[in-house]
Design a protein around this ligand. Structure first.
Ligand code: ADP
Ligand code: MG
Length: 455
């Protein structure tokens, strides 16, 4: 049986009642302000008011909730919890005694809006240094006066230096400060897929409408549009239309416009506004970024440990973040509350190999993960939901996120066309498991080692 939006509420109500019956009185309220949002291939998504509730439910009630869902629907669909604004409002309203219940479409809308920008990518969380100040200031100026300042803004720089972070920060800022303006973030691959899909389905009109009705268009990784002529043309029609109407356009790429392989008449548009490059951070900025990363962790990092990472890591900030996550998980396993240089060295020796290596691809990660867990390539991208397949699949998604520079939507699409939220969920899940299960931590370390050596 599939769960349509019509019976979404009913199904959730049944699940909730079934599980509540088994809870002791003080715990019955944990399920009170939860709202079913959607059900699709990836599971039954339920909004909860805060992270605290999410953790509690996941830790204590996950098996019961899934069993009750199975009972209610007869399917193996898994429940996925997300922190969601609608649930939070419901919770607050109940706490203050006013309770306007939002309608289902509104709930869905907030769920989708919420998903669009990653909450951790904001201007506040972006550490400013010499290498990125110019780009960051330009991005903030656009966010404050979309369409009026620097149109288009073209951000460029190497992988892991913060381009996506800045695009998302602009999006989140505009969504928050100008709620009536429509802001869309899209990778150029997603844009391409959308366009090709609309050609196939003969819905190019709605494609046009969708992209030309936005007020702020953020396009990531435009270099992927190279050599895709039909798409380039579509893109520039969109570009011209938006630009003529003084709508804001921000582009990001791994190289400057002059090095992008496109027809000159297209490429020259990029240079109409402002180009801002992001350079690799120097040692001081790397240290400042590391300090910010560790601030929110439970364990305390020695200065020596941080300087070790700042010295060894490549300029890729994503790699530095990966190192901190590994070390934190390791400490949680060993119940250590602080990290010294030796500990940092032990845990990250695989992450920072001395030899240079070829870039790692998702295909390669999938191949090695399949071999390691003895499953087939079609299973890792397929739709089976048994634990023996889901777990390796999530490990492979986690490693793709950590070891490649590819975006969430791109990773999702390489795993049988899954949604980017599925990848986010896998990443969180494995991160947590690494901190609680020694076996999982070791498997991730071993796989990293294998993959890095092949690279
Ligand atoms: P890019 O899109 O340029 O490849 P990302 O924007 O994905 O890089 O950045 C990689 C990771 O590093 C992200 O988790 C991002 O939040 C983080 N990051 C990059 N620059 C900064 C910065 N200046 N301050 C804090 N975090 C940063
Ligand atoms: Mg990026």
């Amino acid at each position: 049986m599939t769960v349509s939006s019509v019976n979404l509420s009913q199904v959730w109500e049944n699940v909730r009642e079934a599980v509540k019956d088994d809870l002791s009185a003080p715990h019955k309220t944990w399920l009170d302000h939860t709202v079913p949002l959607l059900a699709n291939d990836d599971g039954f998504v339920v909004g909860v008011p805060n992270k605290w509730t999410l953790d509690w439910l996941e830790e204590r009630l996950s098996p019961q909730l899934n069993a009750a869902l199975k009972q209610a629907t007869g399917s193996d669909m898994a429940i996925r919890l997300v922190v969601n604004q609608a649930a939070a409002q419901d919770y607050e309203a109940a706490a203050s005694g006013t309770a306007p219940a939002p309608r289902e479409e509104e709930l869905l809308q907030t769920a989708l809006l919420q998903d669009e920008f990653e909450p951790k990518y904001t201007f506040d969380s972006f550490v400013v240094g010499e290498s990125n100040a110019f780009a960051r200031n330009a991005a903030l100026a656009v966010a404050e006066q979309p369409g009026l300042k620097y149109n288009p803004l073209f951000l460029w720089g190497g992988p892991g230096l913060g381009k996506t972070h800045l695009l998302q920060a602009i999006g989140a800022y505009v969504a928050r400060h100008f709620p009536h303006r429509k802001v869309t973030y899209v990778s150029s691959e997603q844009f391409t897929n959308d366009f090709v899909g609309s050609l196939r389905a003969k819905t190019t009109d709605s494609f046009r409408k969708k992209y030309r009705s936005v007020d702020v268009l953020l396009i990531d990784d435009v270099q992927f549009m190279e050599r895709k002529d039909g798409v380039q043309e579509q893109f520039f029609n969109t570009f011209n239309e938006l630009h003529n109407h003084r709508k804001a356009i921000v582009l990001a790429s791994d190289r400057p416009p002059k090095d992008i392989n496109m027809e000159e008449r297209y490429r020259s548009r990029f240079a109409w506004g402002l180009q801002a490059d992001i350079q690799p951070p120097n040692y001081v900025t790397r240290l400042a970024i590391l300090q910010q990363f560790v601030e929110s962790q439970q364990v305390v990092f020695d200065d020596d440990a941080l300087t070790y990472i700042a010295e060894r890591a490549t300029p890729n900030i994503r790699e530095m973040e990966g190192a901190i996550i590994r070390i934190t998980a390791y400490c949680e396993l060993l119940k250590k509350s602080s990290v010294d240089r030796l500990c940092a060295e032990q845990v990250t020796c695989d992450l920072f190999p001395d030899c240079s290596h070829r870039p790692i691809s998702i295909a390669m990660i999938q191949r090695e993960v399949c071999r390691y867990y003895n499953i087939s390539p079609s299973e890792i991208i397929g739709s089976k939901r048994s634990h023996s397949i889901v777990f390796p699949r999530q490990i492979a998604m986690y490693l793709s996120r950590e070891l490649t520079d590819l975006s969430l939507p791109k990773i999702g699409s390489e795993f049988g066309g899954r949604d980017h939220t599925t990848v986010m969920h896998a990443q969180d899940k494995i991160k947590k498991l690494m901190g609680s299960d020694r076996e999982v931590f070791n498997q991730v370390q071993q796989l990293t080692n294998i993959i890095k050596q092949k690279g």
